[in-house]
Ligand binder design. Structure first.
Ligand code: GLN
Length: 550
């Protein structure tokens, strides 16, 4: 039977609950346990698909087309498992099911209440993840204890321990231990208050993870142990790490995974840990060599979390090549003014990531054109591909005023247009082309060589496509539509023969990159950028050139 770990947070948001949960997941996997993860989000949106990435961060897309919280990206990257939409539940989705059941009469005339109906629905969502082939389900609860919206979730996980048995549940609570410079002290009071709040809801934590910018001393751990009633070995000091991939090693050093195992009745001695590969990865991060500058041209550059998976995919590629990735966040709206400066020219490569809405589009088109005409490696992701096509249409195909219909409904040349089945969609939630779709790659093309395959599957999230009516006109310019849907109707990849690296994909390959297995498109982009950085004559990058450096 599966065991369950619930991770809650106190004191403040943004303490890194998702990363702590993911790191624990990695450690348990390194002990040979089979792990899956999920996130319970107390907000009312049915899913984060309709939320502004500039406020909430990226929307992570799962293979089955779930639009989920960005923490699922951390989960997938750390535990190296593909999750499904079932791994993210929100208050909105819980209420939506409860209300449908009520309308169908499933509650047989009962008064429908938070306890038991809403809490039962929450528990069902968690239980659904338990399976024959899962040893541990790690459940992260979004928000902090004390929030109004979190109460039903905390109540549900409290009941959970009684339902499945004490020895099958472990409660981990993450808090902040701030350092007060004037008195030179680390303070435990916020931790005490937050544990008191959790206890007032009937949950006694088994493990307390203390986030701090300084190590938590033995004396301080004893104090927290005494006041919060947890064994001293269950007080974990989680100091700020220099890279997120170091966190599993920090937590293991502190003995966290062993304590969690023991709480769950799993003898750590029966599951010795194999951390060698992960340590190797962290060493590569630490010994990164020459810097490679990659510009990210987008409109949400003030909140880099909006492009979290893109950044991580670039980092993974950097680890692979042993280079130090230097990111230059470029506000797309400012690009036209930057063209006369060295800012773009000094970059070794550019990524134009996904996005929605008109703001910044002309800057992205200008950036695409600049990289095309200056031989700078450029990778366009979804919207990125679309602006590359707009550039080629206007500059090479002579289609003046060409645009995506998303940004100019009256353009004379809608080279990017709504998919036919999207034309009448009114509902904004979950109605895009979402999740994994296959693509066939043209033989001998750069993408086929980079992937080392003739057919690939990538995750999608968009409403617009390259307009089939313009395809031959675009191809006459030399642009190569090097990947299409299996029926040949939709353009999935473009590239520009003769350019060292000018590749666009209608998908979001960043979601599938893993720290020890960088995605081929990012790996090859960074390889090409490295060549530019080294001042060598840029040349075509193929699969044989992708060996790690050093
Ligand atoms: N806005 C574009 C579309 O809907 C691109 C979406 C994206 O970049 N994910 O097609």
């Amino acid at each position: 039977m599966s065991k369950f770990v619930f991770v809650t947070g106190g004191v403040s948001s943004s303490l890194g609950k998702g990363l702590t949960a993911s790191s624990l997941g990695r450690l348990l996997k390194c002990r040979g346990l089979r792990v899956t993860m999920c996130k319970l989000d107390p907000y009312i949106n049915v899913d984060p698909g309709t939320m502004n990435p500039g406020e909430h961060g990226e929307v992570f897309v799962t293979e089955d087309g779930g639009e989920t919280d960005l923490d699922l990206g951390h989960y997938e990257r750390f535990i190296d498992e593909s999750l499904s939409r079932n791994s993210n539940t929100t208050t909105g989705s819980i209420y939506s099911s409860v209300i449908s059941k009520e309308r169908r009469g499933d509650y047989l005339g009962k008064t429908v209440q938070v306890i038991p109906h809403v809490t039962d629905e929450i528990k069902d969502r968690v239980l659904r993840l338990a399976a024959e082939d899962v040893d541990v389900v790690i459940v992260e609860i979004g928000g902090t204890v004390g929030d109004i919206e979190i109460v039903p979730f905390v109540e549900a996980i409290r009941q959970f321990r009684r339902d499945v048995g004490r020895q099958n549940v472990c409660y981990v609570h993450l808090t902040l231990v701030p350092y007060l410079a004037p008195s030179g002290e680390q303070k435990t009071k916020p931790t005490q208050h937050s544990v008191t709040e959790l206890r007032s809801r009937g949950i006694q934590p088994d493990v307390i993870v203390c986030r701090s910018d300084k190590d938590i001393s033995g004396g301080l751990k004893r104090k927290i142990s005494l006041l919060c009633d947890v064994p001293i070995e269950a007080v974990v000091s989680a100091v700020d790490a220099s890279s997120i991939y170091e966190i599993p090693l920090v937590l293991h050093e502190e003995g966290m995974d062993a304590v969690v195992c023991r709480t769950l009745g799993i003898d750590p001695a029966d599951h010795p840990i194999a951390l060698g590969e992960w340590e190797g990865l962290v060493r590569r991060v630490e010994t990164a060599g020459r810097p490679v500058r990659i510009g990210v041209v987008g409109k949400y550059v003030n909140l880099p979390d909006a492009y979290l998976s893109v950044v991580e995919a670039l980092r993974h590629a950097g680890f692979h090549h042993g280079v130090q990735l230097v990111l230059d966040w470029i506000d797309a709206e400012l690009v036209p003014g930057l063209l006369e400066t060295d800012r773009l020219h000094d970059l070794d490569g550019i990524v134009i990531p996904g996005g929605f809405g008109e703001r910044g589009i002309e800057g992205m088109v200008a950036a695409a054109r600049y990289t095309r005409t200056h031989g700078i490696p450029c990778l366009g992701l979804c919207l990125g591909l679309q602006v590359m096509v707009v550039d080629v249409a206007r500059e090479l195909a002579g289609l003046a005023g060409a645009n995506s219909r998303e940004f100019d409904s009256r353009t004379p040349h809608p080279v990017i247009d709504l998919m036919p089945d999207q034309a009448d969609v009114v509902d904004k939630g979950g109605t895009m082309r979402l999740g994994a779709y296959p693509a066939m790659l043209a033989e001998g093309s750069q993408v086929a060589e980079i992937y080392g395959a003739g057919a690939v599957t990538e995750r999608h999230r968009h409403r617009y496509e390259v307009n089939a009516k313009y395809r031959s006109r675009l191809e006459q310019t030399g642009l190569c539509c090097s990947g299409t849907s299996p029926d040949g109707r939709l353009v999935e990849f473009i590239e520009l023969p003769g350019h060292p690296y000018w590749i666009g994909t209608q998908a979001h390959p960043e979601f599938k990159s893993r720290p020890d297995r960088p995605h081929p498109l990012f790996r090859s982009l960074v390889a090409s950028a490295l060549e530019r950085a080294e001042g060598r004559e840029p040349r075509l990058i193929g699969i044989d050139d992708l060996d790690p450096v050093g």
